[in-house]
Design a protein around this ligand. Sequence first.
Ligand code: C2E
Ligand code: CA
Ligand code: CA
Length: 742
Amino acid sequence: MKKLLRNWTTDRRGNRPQPDAPAPDEAAHRLAVFEDIERGHAGWFWATDAAGRLSYISPAACERFGLSADALIGQPFTSLFETDPENPGERSDRPLQFLLGAHVRIADVTVRLMPDRCVPGTRPAWWALSGQPKFDVTTPGSARLEVGGAFHGYRGSARDITLEYERRIEDSRLAEFDSLTGLANRYRITRRFDSMLAAFKGTLRPATLMMLDLDRFKHVNDTLGHQAGDELLRQVAQRLTRVVGISGEIGRLGGDEFQILLADQEDRGKLGELADKIIAVISQPYSIDDNHVVIGVSIGMAIAPFDGTDREDIVRAADLALYAAKHGGRGQFRFYSSDLKDEKEERRLLEEALKDALALVAGPDGKPDPESWEDPQLSMAYQPVVRTDDHTVVGFEALMRWEHPQRGTIPPTVFIPVAEDTGMILELGAWALRQAVRDAAQWPHPLRIAVNVSAVQFAHPDFPGIVADALDSTGLDPDRLELELTESVFMGDSEVTDGAFKALKAIGVRLALDDFGTGYSSLSYLRAAPFDKLKVDRSFVESCTLSDQNSAKIIAAIIGLADALGMETTVEGVEAFDQRDVVCAKGARFIQGFLYSPPLEQEVLLHRMAAGELRIPPDGPQRHRPERRSVYRRIGVIHEDHRYEALLRNLSATGARIEGLVGVPVGTSLVLDLGAGQLAVVTVSRSEDATIGVEFEIPLVSDGAGGLVTRYRASPYALASAARMASTSTPQFLEVEVRRRA
Ligand code: C2E
Ligand code: CA
Ligand code: CA
């Protein structure tokens, strides 16, 4: 100890050789001061030998390890500490070993006592270490430190900075994380995304931004209060964390706006699956202060470098995709694509057009303007529901149709959400109900009529009155009217919902739960609400003949459940005989689907009923084939180093039909350029005149909105360099002009 102390004090004088040794009482005084310092908490001392082993440490410092000095002396000094393991790569401190190995002076290096060097249960502690290397002084009398001299070890001091350090970490956490959910905040997500994009630019690694927007969050906030809203956001954050795991960084940017950053993920099939999973998990009901709360989520995705290379571009792209997802029917995801640019404008035009169309059938008084000379664009069509054992029609579902004079047919999946968002659904729905009831009242047979009711309509206090009026004015037996509701009706205020159910039951109409199995399908709803029927969603039928047998089992389970609860079931969307066989084997007694009939106009229906045609024999394909969409789109077809122009005529996930190339042998391998970097390798499976059939090497995946896209895309860098290469060879196939057939 004394010897050490002497070394130390000389050190403090900057390695100067002491011309005269201190007087004995001066040395004793120094020792006393030194020991006082050591015993207090202001600072401790340490020293190492030339081999880096601990040769001295203040006794008070040993207590932090929970060990005696004897247990620590002789240990490699650097093995006792670690530099900031919590934030690897985030701090500039080099590892202690590196610094001390370089025999340089260290000042306030933040280290943590290595947990496995401490007695178990010791509180985590952070120290700031400072120290000087000690060398032989080769030139006596020189005031200069001779770096060339032999190294003798370090002499240093240490300070406990645990409290200060923890506060610093907490501060940076607050600055970077959202205090409500613990997720990254806008600042952090932005910074992370910038650095991710900067790091990936050189290496062409992809990065995906997912933008999320909760549907109906505002409603929860407004009806249940801000605290419930906050709790909901916390639970959403937990669910997101569970689904996304370590594969991405999640942030809440404020309000109900969330973002997820995913590195090295460009497979749109996998991204779509992840988005679907997120949508499914977020849409499960929440329990908040004894309230049952249900929300939805829409997701927009953009991928660098395909959809842009800097943050602003990717954010804008993801935002457009989110906008499209939100307005494409809710609970959807969408990938960015360049044709989304017009979507906002497109939607505005659609709103205007719908307003006009509505005015033609239902003026302010709910009646069409008698002065108007324009033809109505909106109408109702009726699709038969057929009993499977004898093909007898037992009723019809009323479906809205919109034929726009310039734009052609606009499907209800497009305009109903617009009507819901703008509130037009109240008028539109009331018109549909009146029209359907009026039409049904004219049928010569007392068959049932089912009318779809949007949750927005159902939640309106006037709704039962509108139903009663429609029945009164036509004299239709209430038992013939069936209202099709979806599970989203339970999302509203439960008192209003209960009241509406009671009022409707008092009127005597029947109630059906539509699209069963697609939502959260809580069984408690079935117990609470007086449904007469469940409608099995079309999506189960679509996949029930595929090798994955789950859909068929789910159909059987739903039918079994409905039976047990004394409800009827209708299976929707049966298109082929093999599907009919499966659903009948699973117990289906009523079917609604194209195999029997598409929706029909009232006139056709009246005509058939008058002719006594109340049975419809099934008619359709033997086997269900995954849907091939008709398209009409110019694409590039690349063969060897030649590029041809051709027409894409239909498209499914696994294959396509292309027109415009003559003389392409079966078995030829081609690359289709579907635009925007979507290059797909295909093999020709059929070739006749100017038409070829091709099969994709890698099946296409859903774009979230009924469209198909390639899983991967060629990076814009690769496309740019390919474009510079000019073809020199002569084409092998003949390119012919194909005209659009009427
Ligand atoms: P939904 O209530 O599930 O109606 C069934 C849909 O499936 C209809 O589509 C029908 O044409 C279609 N469909 C029936 N059989 C088959 C089949 O075998 N194969 C295929 N691929 N499809 C089949 P539609 O008419 O396009 O209506 C779509 C949705 O729009 C409806 O789904 C409903 O949610 C909504 N909708 C339609 N009319 C109204 C309405 O008057 N009011 C409200 N609120 N919503 C409506
Ligand atoms: Ca329906
Ligand atoms: Ca349905």
